[in-house]
Design a binder for this molecule. Structure first.
Ligand code: TEU
Length: 529
């Protein structure tokens, strides 16, 4: 049996507001993305995941949807979308849409009807509850974005539940009509030919029917974000969720080779239920554990081993290095380790998802207080939760506004954009961009990297190493994750040949015994013939 396309594929996340502006309003759009597809082909990725482009009041920059089957005029028209999809496919790439099933915008017609009256037929499409006996919110649930997760609606005096902003009311997933409506949305896009969905924050879909209070989080300490003070026991990962997911899988599979990726920040063991008891749920439950992991060879070796152990037999792993919600990898591990991080992401067993700009080593961009856009930062300020720093425009060149837009962009560019941009790095053989290109080309040529087994993993001091193997072909990856040079003893006594190294001059070298790796250096070696 040949593997599905998404096993060997590399997914590239585009944040549409920040990739390329085509109409001079300072915000990226669909025609801009279409104009930049050659970058993705040149880079060597396989699939594009677009953060939401649906009509939205943009309170949460598109994660507050007011029409699931339209395109927001800010990003273009449905005709623009159809052209983009065709252009993506012409280049042999895939397109993955972001679907937001947990909540709509308060501006969605469904919610406007639901809030109009208790008797409205759409009332039960959302989660309503009476005030607590003495008044006030029905229970202690708190929003991910700060404050109570309940907002009182003056029209009827009841509260509605929102896991995120008050303008993002949660849909009631116990209502079969809601389930059908979102299935219709999935069909709409699958009929158009999109290659899959990234399913937003699915862990929040169901809440406890009895509305029990969430217990205190024993790990929480004063000074930490108040949004983490409770364990989300009764508001996330409810059993009903895991009965729903197989329905989505059946739907997606009925369209052929489409992929379903779930977003849920859960502990390692919590990922298994997302695959489903019979691998009948999500194809790829996002594995975010590289994002939180300490940059330490021993810990990463343990993580890789532990993750491998929880991925069910017959299911396929995946790794994520960054996204539009979390600090960028270059900021987390430092510029010196960015190349090692790239090599790690692209050579571990499983589908890698990379975030636009990470191929340039883009870091978190400081945002002056008067330019803050993110509602999370505005609501829960002072904890460094703001996501604007990781959503800044893609720097394409040293031209005005980095070649991103004819107008000043909605968020500032990286201050070093004149040097750190696509054109400059394309021209520099030693750039991070060209390392990404080399590794991605090698993945394409080497099924051992794209599809192979992980046969062993370990560490020697600060050096993390592992072996990927397929049909007798074995490649060993070694990465010095420490701040100093480190000696790595090769796995085989026989000489090894360097297939690829972050230090370009090493390629082709024959090594025996051991080798000294500079801080942040990584290499892929094979047993010399
Ligand atoms: O994020 C979901 C989400 O819940 C986490 O990123 C969140 O920060 C974490 O659970 C807090 O502990 C998704 C989108 O990626 C994000 O951009 C949206 O704002 C959010 O859903 C709401 O749609």
């Amino acid at each position: 049996m040949t593997a599905p396309w998404w096993h060997g594929a590399v997914v590239y996340q585009v944040y549409p507001r920040s990739f390329q502006d085509s109409n001079g309003d300072g915000v990226g759009d669909l025609n801009g993305i279409a104009a930049r597809l050659d970058h993705l082909v040149d880079l060597g990725v396989d699939a594009v995941w677009l953060s939401p482009v649906y009509p939205s009041p943009m309170a949460d920059f598109g994660y507050d949807v007011s029409d699931y089957t339209g395109i927001d005029p800010l990003f273009g028209t449905m005709a623009d979308f159809d052209r983009l999809l065709a252009a993506v496919h012409t280049r042999g790439l895939k397109l993955i849409m972001d679907l937001v099933p947990n909540h709509t915008s308060t501006a969605h017609p469904w919610f406007l009807q639901a809030r109009a009256a208790r008797q409205n037929p759409r009332r039960d499409w959302y989660v309503w509850a009476d005030p607590a006996p003495g008044g006030g919110p029905p229970n202690n649930w708190i929003s991910e974005f700060g404050g109570p997760a309940w907002t009182r609606d003056a029209v009827t005096g009841q509260y509605y539940y929102h896991a995120f902003l008050a303008t993002q009311p949660d849909l009631n997933w116990r209502n079969p009509q809601v389930q059908d409506a979102i299935e219709q949305v999935m069909r709409f896009w699958l009929d158009k030919g999109v290659d899959g969905f990234r399913l937003d924050t699915v862990q929040h879909l169901f809440e406890d029917e009895r509305l029990r209070d969430n217990p205190p989080n024993p790990d929480w300490r004063p000074g930490q974000p108040p949004t983490q003070a409770l364990r989300r026991l009764y508001t996330t990962d409810r059993p009903e969720l895991f009965r729903l997911l197989p329905r989505w899988r059946t739907l997606a599979d009925s369209f052929g080779d489409r992929v379903l990726i779930s977003e849920a920040y859960v502990p390692l063991a919590g990922l298994a239920p997302y695959y489903g008891a019979n691998n009948d749920s999500m194809h790829l439950p996002f594995n975010f554990h590289l994002i939180g992991a300490r940059w330490n060879a021993a810990e990463l070796a343990a993580l890789i081993r532990d993750y491998d152990a929880i991925v069910p037999a017959g299911a396929w792993p995946n790794w994520v290095l960054g996204n539009h919600d979390r600090s960028r990898i270059a900021a987390r591990v430092g510029a010196d380790q960015a190349a090692a991080a790239a090599l790690l992401l692209l050579t571990l067993r499983g589908t890698p998802t990379m975030y636009y700009g990470d191929e340039l080593g883009l870091s978190d961009v400081p945002i002056p207080p008067d330019r803050v856009q993110d509602p999370w930062e505005k609501n829960v300020s002072g904890y460094g939760l703001g996501r604007d720093p990781v959503r800044t425009p893609m720097p394409w060149s040293a031209a005005a506004n980095g070649g991103f837009s004819a107008a000043p962009p909605w968020l500032p560019l990286n201050a070093d954009f004149a040097a750190r941009n696509v054109a400059a790095q394309r021209a520099d053989p030693d750039s991070l961009l060209n390392l990404y290109r080399r590794v991605l080309a090698l993945r394409r040529a080497e099924p051992a990297l794209a599809l192979g087994d992980l046969v062993s993993v370990g560490h020697q001091g600060d050096v993390l190493w592992y072996i990927r193997q397929r049909q007798g072909r074995a490649l060993t990856v070694a990465l010095n994750l420490g701040p100093r040079p480190a000696t790595w003893t090769l796995p085989a006594a026989a000489p090894c040949r360097v297939v690829l190294s972050t230090a370009r001059t090493r390629a082709g070298a024959l090594l025996t015994g051991s080798v000294e790796l500079a801080s942040g250096e990584g290499m892929i070696v094979e047993a010399a013939p």
